[in-house]
Each structure stands twice: as C-alpha cells, then as structure tokens.
Write a protein that binds this ligand. Structure first.
Ligand code: PGA
Length: 262
C-alpha cells in the first residue's frame, strides 16, 4: 500500500491563497512518486485548488458533506456538488464537526454512503477525547467504527485522530501508542468491513516534519493527516518527503526553513 499523506486546511485559505499555496507546493513535491498526496481546502477554495492541481499527482477534496444529494438544507453542500468539482476525498467525522455541529456516528455513516454513491473516497476520523487505557480506547473506537460496517472498503480511509493530540498547544501522540491503536483499528476493519489490505489507516494530530518519521515507522500507520503545520506548503512538502521505515521519498526536501503559520 502506498503511503497516503494529506492535509485539511480547516477554515483557512481563501481561494486566492489556496491558488498561491498549490503553486508553491507543486514543484516541491514533483519528485514524490511513491506516496499519494491530497489537500482538503474549505468549500469555497476547492475550485481554486482544482485549477492548479488538475493533471498533477496531488488529489483534492472536501472537509464535510450533507448525506442527501439535494433539497432544502440551507448552507449545506452535497456529494454530487463535490464530485462535480473533481474531489477524490471527503473527510467526515472530524472531532471539530462532532463538537460544533453535534455530528453523530449515524450522521457519519450516512455521509459515507453519499460519498460512495458519488464515487469518492471517505476519510473517516475517529479518536478518543482524553488519554485513556488501551482497552477503554478500543471500546470507544469500536463504537465510532460501528457506523462503517456498511461502507465500501475500497473507498474508505480511516484517520485515527486522538482528540487530545489535535490543535494548538497539543503534541502528537507517542509513535508506539499510535502503532498499537492503529493495529487494533486494522483488526476491527478485518473482522467487520472486509480485508484490511485495502483500507489505509492514517494518523492525525499535531503532525509536523519532526514527529512524522517516528509515526510513519510504525507498521500499522499507512499515512498522515496533517492540520496546522501543513498550512505552510514548504512544511507540508517536508512531511511528504519524510523517511518511512528506512525509505525516503524523492530527494531531500531542499526548501527553505518553514515560516511561522497559523
Ligand atoms: P493539527 O490538526 O495537525 O493542527 O493538530 C490535525 C487534525 O485535526 O486533523
């Protein structure tokens, strides 16, 4: 399985900024052949990313979707609208959506079906709220993952995102913890969704170019999902090149030092 390395920009980067970001990123990752890369702009910037990234090896997508295809849902965006913009990936179940909009596992399950109906891949975020013993975390994740029993494993990515490791002030989870938890997610997928060989499990939560290598060294980690540090395309390019299990993608990222970014 090729490593999958992507970023959600969350509520950052206007269409103009998105365009500039993608123009900076493209040449920095042109030598990354053995990994899949993606960016998830806010809805209003997807078209701008597409304009720059079309024809490149970087995919684009969205951060949320309404489960229905059309209708009276003020302010919402549907899967056919995202498919029409060429989206490959749609993220669902992020803890910030669960917190801000009360999104439930049932809602996430319905979103996944909509994404699949329109031929896109669902990136489903799961993760415990606080550090807890492994058995408690297993139970928590088991409940969140239950919503995926009807999902198409070929169009599914699971992002393990411990909520306590996300955002300003937090630090990435310890690589051995990530390795152990993601191992249990792979086991769950194998017994509940089908062969786990087709379902990448990626890690998200305060990933940057220093924490990435240790996490990617875990055999159960199939990629990274990066938030704030990837708001700088130079840092995202560094992460895209990071060593994984002794393999370095492309040349050493030779970009200048990352500037501070929000
Ligand atoms: P962060 O966000 O890298 O800024 O912690 C990660 C995420 O929410 O996926």
């Amino acid at each position: 399985m090729r490593l999958l390395i992507g970023t959600s920009w969350k509520m950052n980067l206007s269409a103009t900024e998105a365009s500039q970001y993608c123009r900076t990123l493209l040449p920095l990752v042109e030598d990354v052949m053995d990994r899949e890369l993606f960016v998830l702009p806010p809805f209003t910037s997807i078209w701008a990313a597409r304009e720059v990234l079309a024809g490149s090896r970087i995919a684009w997508g969205a951060q949320a979707v309404h489960p229905e295809d059309c209708g009276a849902h003020t302010g919402d965006i549907s899967a056919p609208m995202l498919a029409d913009l060429g989206c490959t990936y749609v993220e669902v179940g992020h803890s910030e959506r669960r917190r801000d909009y009360g999104e439930t596992d049932e809602w996430v399950a319905a979103q996944v079906l909509a994404i699949h109906r329109w031929g896109m891949k669902a990136i489903v975020c799961v993760g415990e709220l606080e550090p807890a013993p492994i058995n408690d975390v297993r139970k928590w994740l088991g409940r969140q993952l239950q919503a995926l029993s009807a999902a198409d494993p070929k169009r599914l990515v699971i992002a393990y995102e411990p909520v306590w490791a996300i955002g300003v002030g937090a630090a990435a989870a310890d690589p051995s913890w990530v390795g152990e938890v993601q191992g249990t997610i792979h086991e769950w997928v194998q017994s509940n969704v089908g062969s786990d060989a087709t379902v990448p499990v990626i890690y998200g939560g305060s990933v940057d170019s220093s924490s990435a290598e240790g996490i990617l060294a875990q055999p159960s980690v199939n990629g990274l999902f990066v938030g704030r540090s990837a708001l700088d395309p130079v840092e995202f390019a560094r992460i895209a090149h990071v060593n994984a299990r002794g393999v370095q993608s492309g040349r050493e990222a030779s970009a200048p030092a990352a500037r501070t970014s929000g």
